[in-house]
Write a protein that binds this ligand. Sequence first.
Ligand SMILES: [Zn+2]
Ligand SMILES: [Zn+2]
Length: 337
Amino acid sequence: MLKFDGKRMKFDDERLSESGFIKDKKGSIFTYLYLVIIISIVLMAILILNLSMVYYEIDQNELNSKTFNYVLYDYETNIPVLSYKVLENLSNRVVEAGLPLTDSRESIKKELEKSLLQKNKEYHKNSGIQIEGHVSYVGNGEDPFHININTLITAFKDNISYNKQITSEISIENLKDPLPAIKCGKYQSFSYNSTNYNYGNSLSEYLESKNQFGSQYYINGTSPLKIKKCIYEPYTQHGEGVSMESCLKNGYYHESRDGSCYLHRLEGVGLCSDYGMETFILPNPKLNQSGLMATSSPDHVIFGYSYPGESILLNNSHGSKSLIFLDNSHRQKYGIR
Ligand SMILES: [Zn+2]
Ligand SMILES: [Zn+2]
């Protein structure tokens, strides 16, 4: 309980008024000084603390944007890998079913966006960054062995956002060529192994249905399963030594104005107006007679607009002989006399 002692209070007042005034005034000057110093120290401490917090925030922001950029770089480098996987899955599916895609560009776009969506979820879970990827273009690349895919990437987290259009050039090498499977897959005797299509009677039946003469020479014919770019350039080199033999043995593909591009091959189109590619379909391996006439062996002549060629025996290094049918313009292109 607080007690008010009126008497003592009065006495103190008297003392203050009599002698202690100057002393007390001096004391309060010191008190004010102390107060000012303490306040200044407190203010400075607050200021220093604030500054360091600002620096910490800047550091943190820098760190955030570094992580952000790193994650996006990682995402961007993943797109070509995902694109190749999409192309591989689509072509495998087409070859297995023997059925063409109705719109290969649309199928690639749809499948790639589906796999990007899956990736977006993973990135969000691991980094907290919200990423979206939209495929804006699918088309032929600079050469027929590449497909170009444009993707629009948007990403954001907290106050950082990102917007970029990237073009990925996807190699189609080592993907299966879907065209033979679409054209001949419906015939019973058609089959394939890890490197080749084996036509059995299928190709001869197919050529017969196109009213091609000499179709019987293609019984038990073969052609490559996977796309491989020919190493013999310029192409006229094929006429020298065993180059042509080696090219046929390896199942190489060549750039060609008349040959079908990969996007059209997925749709079962044997020749198209794009700058495409061609490979050779080997006739019956037992044939060993030059001067026979049958449909010329480049695949766009077999599966597209057909015309005849003459059989040519080629020498290989072991002295045994293989044979293809070639028209004049293809003989010229490959330097074969
Ligand atoms: Zn070649
Ligand atoms: Zn095409």
